[in-house]
Design a protein around this ligand. Structure first.
Ligand SMILES: *Cc1c(COP(=O)(O)O)cnc(C)c1O
Length: 379
């Protein structure tokens, strides 16, 4: 039998226009992949590349998953009743304002699918989270990236970029990969400037890490702005990245629309159970914050000692300027068994994004970074 599988040119199947230009999202390198490539024991590898919680999952989440196992033959609760109840109590919103997602990435895509089409424009900042571009491209809409100011969102310029075709604006606070934050006043002015018919997604994936009382909590604006969608996730401070659970808080009208386009069982039963349980583990959240605060200080001190500048970050990661093209530094760190994230694809070729790890992981990373930079000096 002849094999025609590789004759790409003659294949009559083709993706729609938007998807043809789509580049797959580049995730952090998995530990097992590097272990295979270098012939290393995975246990010796440090991954500080995907802004995951270094503490491991909450014991309460693990117990809830265990309890759920006998029910795996059944479909999950497609309405996520218990999780929505808990979120609404915790956040002071109505359950009808909550939309659950398969990670908050799912919500970002639901928004573009529900509110934009190929004739629409979607506005987001330079150096912003990559999924905004992917969600825009996938529906064939027009990208309107707005130049950043001091690595952060220039909200005045973003408001000015809105026109009759604009359907969605993505704002990340704090932003990934820069860690930059938006002030309360700037956010308020921006939300007042955006026309009521344009959806604003305020992505607060790192919101639970924020300890600064002046940092704006997007939920405070949801009542006044029915076009506002605040997204959050269980992947970061709550430590459940593998289970893919995120959510949006919005007006009930917008939630109703998002719920129409989502898949009926978009969040798994294990995800629902673990997310509900972890919300009762306040101690875990406190520990996550404390580990992050101390680890951030450790990395900042280490970078200063190495003479490197960095972008002050409000997240659980920090972008460091390695003072040269970052890709060889990234490769050198891989050889040392340390995985971080190159961000050249975000227009930051001299930076590496490093997630905050445990004290020992941070120490090993800083030592490896020092060695790699030293070695590159001499080549
Ligand atoms: C990590 C992250 C997300 C969340 O991803 P999940 O799909 O919830 O795992 C969303 N937005 C930003 C800016 C992020 O960094």
């Amino acid at each position: 039998m002849s094999n025609d599988n590789n004759k790409g040119g003659s294949n009559p199947v083709s993706a729609v226009r938007g998807v043809q230009g789509l580049q797959p999202y580049q995730p952090g390198k998995p530990i097992d992949e590097l272990a295979r490539e270098l012939g290393l024991d995975p246990a010796t590898i440090i991954k500080l590349a995907s802004n995951e919680n270094p503490l491991g999952p909450s014991a309460k989440a693990l117990a809830a998953i265990q309890a759920e196992l006998p029910e795996l033959c059944r479909y999950p609760d497609g309405n996520g009743y218990e999780l929505k109840q808990k979120l609404s109590l915790r956040l002071g919103v109505d359950p009808a304002q909550v939309t659950l997602g398969n990670g908050s990435n799912d919500i970002l895509e639901l928004v573009t699918r529900a509110f934009a089409d190929s004739s629409a424009e979607v506005v987001y900042s330079q150096h912003a989270f990559a999924v905004y571009a992917i969600a825009t491209q996938a529906i064939g809409a027009t990208h309107v990236p707005v130049p950043a100011k001091d690595w952060g969102h220039d909200l005045e310029a973003m408001a000015a970029a809105i026109n009759d075709k604009t359907r969605v604006v993505f704002v990340a606070n704090p932003n990934n990969p820069t860690g930059t934050a938006i002030s309360r006043d700037a956010l308020d002015r921006f939300l007042n400037a955006v026309p009521a018919g344009v959806i604003v997604v305020l992505d607060e994936a790192y919101g639970e890490y924020i300890e600064d009382p002046d940092f704006p909590d997007g939920l405070q604006w949801v009542g006044r702005h029915p076009n506002l969608v605040v997204t959050r996730t269980f992947s970061k401070a709550w430590g459940l990245a593998a289970l893919r659970v995120g959510y949006a808080i919005s007006s009930p009208e917008v939630a109703d629309i998002l719920n129409r386009v989502r898949q009926p069982f978009n969040v798994s039963a294990l995800g629902l159970a673990a997310a509900s349980a972890v919300l009762d583990d306040e101690e875990y959240l406190q520990r996550s914050r404390e580990t992050n605060r101390k680890g951030m200080q450790q990395l900042e001190t280490g970078f200063k000692a190495l003479g490197l500048s960095f972008i002050p970050s409000k997240g659980n990661f920090i972008a460091v300027d390695v003072g040269r093209e970052a890709m060889p530094v990234y490769q050198g760190l891989l050889q040392e068994g340390v995985i971080v994230r190159p961000v050249g694809g975000y227009g930051m070729p001299n930076h590496l994004r490093v997630s905050i790890g445990l004290p020992e992981e941070n120490r090993r990373f800083l030592e490896a970074l020092g060695r790699v930079l030293e070695r590159l000096e001499h080549t």
